[in-house]
Design a binder for this molecule. Structure first.
Ligand code: S3P
Length: 754
């Protein structure tokens, strides 16, 4: 052994390992050694490399404390031995030191393939008694660079990078402790540590790392072999340069990786080769629809990488961190605005457009997370959809029987509408599907749709208590039926009617009270006859839909926040343009007018079978009322903000017959009561409603429980508060009203986002 570097006393107290041996001082081994030293993770870092120059340089650069002259000398006193040699060399190296490990030492590695590391360990230690073997914790830092060698060692290489540990199943306490230690070792180097099985790791890495390297090497080689390659490289800025950066990675290491991970790389390479051949065919056939399909799906996936990784749906407007609304008390409500597109119609435009024959063009589409989740789900089922681009979407319908099995579970984010309508649509498909959602959606009742669908012949599994995920078996023949719906729910009605498209004979639904009828109207708009007689809607299965143009009006449920905002703010005058005025949705106008609200309706027209109008609202003192129960389904989404109107009214407002509010994105009766209490407004909660006495709203901190409409309702409450209001957990406002904060600020609400 040669020179020994000195560690500073200040690092001493932070050491979690005494001696680490790094075998192989390449970029990764060198960077780990340097990081362990600089972060004071190990007291002593010994390096070994079969290239004496690298070793010398490692010591000179302060990458290691000590250079070992032989493998045995490197490992015999080490508590942790890190194999950082090429994956193909591991077995040979380990065989030379299989009896040199200290008792209880840990052996880990940094290789890109885990299956072959485990095989190499098994072979190298085959003849060594158990008690003399090290504890093995395979590891793989997902970090690197096209540079190689110890001179490129970088102590920050692992900061914010993932390290995957693939512990081999064992119940021993020593193994468990060793795993914890290796985890902490990487975390102290700044890495984020994950665990997965060896096989899973090798499949995932084949797809995300090995295949891209193969393609980069291959593309550069192909082009470099072209007649005048200088010409190609001269003009190959931008795309070529970005795409092929990794082709200057270490060739020996990479050829090793492909041989070591042969099976997993071949699997994904074959899939890619098939898809590439299909693209070639599409170009040859001048088939722009296929090209567009691939490109739009890929663009959506790439643009929303972050969201996909966090298991979220698709929007770029807001993020998923704890968005907090901060509101100053008071403010104005003036001007002319148009609020976001109707959520119910946006969902249905994608669903019906996808099932139609021909190309459907949509305008005014809501680019909120809920409807974007529906859009992405249809892309996952093979539908080519262009956009959305400023509310414009173009859907290349595949016909009623043209959907393809999605590659995995369909993730529907926060959207109950998507999940319930999808259940009906998918019950009659030839393929199996699984529907999942976020934390809120995963708690919502799905038995209300599963039960009638099962009566029609569907095979559906839900999790306990009828909650998501929903697993729907394909190929189950459906038969039409009559369903007497126990609750007033447009989602349940729509689900059964959509299943009816695939059922033999007639399917009809009778509702206990009128609920929104967009499904019926829009099916008719797509040329699919739906008959309405009294409270019953019916259709016959086996028909087809014809593509159409759809103009989605502004969502009255989003307009509601501004209707109340203007109604409760002295001096307010606000016009909201092009609002959908479907008679099954206007409960909020009826209720506000009954409370004394001043709302004028103008410019009434009918667009695509839906009434639309401009609404002008002026301040007017409100009074408490008993809300008529027949208005409840017509204003089902507007109650959070109507409760704010009630708190600002003179006298008592009583709501009954509204138990459905308890199974929305949150229990909207309880969560509103808690929020109102937090801002000084006492209420009386009943099983199916609430009593609210008008009183002064104070300042306070409200928890929206991730419910978009609760968050927006309390933003409106600030207009009449006497101190600041803070609202937590507001990210989900992006599900229905992505530009709410901007519009609220524009009219004069004093809102900011923390
Ligand atoms: C919706 C129906 C309503 C509503 C939801 C959208 C729809 O739910 O709350 O926001 O688009 O069909 P229910 O029908 O379950 O009341």
């Amino acid at each position: 052994m040669t020179i020994v570097n000195v560690t500073t006393p200040q690092q001493e107290h932070e050491f979690i390992i005494d001696t680490v041996a790094i075998i192989g001082l390449g970029l990764i081994g060198g960077s780990l050694a340097k990081s362990l030293r600089e972060n004071g993770v190990a007291r002593h870092v010994i390096g070994f490399d079969r290239r004496p120059d690298e070793l010398k340089q490692g010591l000179a650069l302060g990458v290691i404390d000590e250079s070992a002259t032989s493998l045995t000398l490197a490992v015999e006193h080490a508590d942790v031995v890190v194999m950082a040699v090429p994956v193909g060399a591991v077995e040979n190296v380990l065989s030379q030191i299989n009896t040199s490990f200290k008792r209880g030492a840990i052996l880990t590695d940094v290789g890109s393939v885990k299956g072959c590391f485990v095989d190499a360990v098994n072979n190298a230690f085959a003849t060594v008694p158990d008690q003399n073997r090290p504890i093995v914790i395979p590891g793989h830092p997902i970090a690197g660079s096209e540079k190689s060698g110890v001179s490129a060692a970088n102590a920050s290489l692992f900061v914010q990078h993932k390290v995957i540990l693939t512990p081999i199943l064992s119940t021993g306490a020593a193994e468990f402790e060793a795993l914890g230690l290796i985890r902490r070792m990487w975390e102290r180097c700044g890495a984020v540590v994950l665990e997965m099985s060896v096989d899973h790791h090798d499949d995932v890495l084949a797809a995300t790392s090995h295949l891209p390297h193969l393609i980069a090497f291959s593309l550069v080689d192909t082009l470099a072999g072209e007649g005048d390659s200088r010409e190609i490289f001269k003009y190959a800025a931008g795309g070529f340069r970005d795409f092929t950066r990794i082709a200057s990675s270490d060739p020996v290491m990479w050829s090793d990786i492909f041989i070591s991970n042969r099976d997993s790389t071949l699997k994904v390479l074959d899939r890619f080769a098939d898809d590439l051949a299909a693209l070639r065919q599409a170009i040859d056939n001048e088939d722009s629809k296929t090209l567009l399909g691939v490109f739009t799906r890929a663009k959506a996936a790439r643009d929303h990488f972050g969201k996909i990784l966090s298991g979220q749906a698709y929007t770029t407007t807001m993020n998923t961190e704890n968005v907090i609304f901060k509101l100053k008390p008071g403010g104005e409500v003036n001007g002319t605005i148009r609020v976001a597109g109707d959520k119910s119609m946006s969902h249905r435009s994608i669903m019906l457009g996808s099932l139609a024959d021909g190309v459907t063009e949509v305008e005014g589409f809501l680019e909120g997370e809920d409807s974007l989740a529906t859009l992405q789900a249809f892309r996952d089922m093979g539908v080519v959809i262009e956009g959305p681009d400023e509310g414009r979407v173009k859907i290349y319908g595949v016909g009623v029987n043209g959907l393809k099995q999605p590659p995995g579970a369909l993730y529907l984010g926060n959207s109950g509408t998507a999940m319930r309508l999808f259940a009906g649509l998918l019950a009659g498909q030839a393929f199996d599907t699984e529907l999942t959602g976020d934390e809120s959606l995963s708690k919502r009742p799905m038995e209300r749709v599963a039960a009638p669908l099962r009566e029609m012949g569907a095979v559906i599994e839900t999790a306990e208590q009828g909650r998501p995920p929903m697993k729907i078996k394909g190929g189950s023949p459906l038969k039409g039926m009559h369903y007497d719906m126990p609750m007033a729910s447009a989602q349940v009605k729509s689900c059964v009617l959509l299943a009816g498209l695939y059922a033999s004979g007639e399917t009809s639904v009778t509702e206990p009270a009128p609920t929104r009828d967009h499904t019926e109207r829009m099916l008719n708009g797509f040329g699919y006859p739906v008959v309405r007689e009294g409270a019953t809607a019916s259709l016959s299965g086996g028909g087809s839909l014809t593509a159409t143009k759809i103009d989605v009006p502004a969502d009255i449920s989003s307009a509601a926040f501004f209707l109340v905002a203007a109604s409760i703010t002295p001096g307010a005058k606000l016009t909201i343009q092009h609002v959908g005025m479907n008679p099954t949705r206007v409960g909020v106008i009826n209720i506000l007018r009954a409370m004394g609200g001043n709302i004028e309706i103008s410019n009434e027209t009918v667009v695509g079978g839906e009434p639309v109008a401009d609404l002008t609202v002026c301040y007017s003192p409100l009074k408490g009322i008993n809300i008529p129960e027949d208005q409840v389904p017509l204003a089902i989404d507007e109650f959070p903000v109507l409760f704010i109107a009630a708190a600002c009214a003179e006298g008592k407002t009583v709501l009954t017959g509204a138990e459905e509010l308890r199974v929305k994105e949150s229990d909207r009766i309880q969560v509103m009561a808690d929020g109102l209490k937090a801002v000084g407004v006492e209420t009386l909660v009943t099983p199916d409603g609430i009593e609210i006495e008008g009183q002064q709203i104070q300042g306070g901190t409200v928890d929206s429980h991730g419910d978009h409409r609760i968050a927006m309702a309390f933003a409106v409450a600030s207009l009449r508060a006497n101190a600041d209001i803070t609202i937590n957990d507001c990210a989900n406002v992006a599900t229905s009203f992505p530009n709410f904060v901007a519009l609220a600020g524009q009219v004069g609400i004093q809102i900011s986002v923390a």
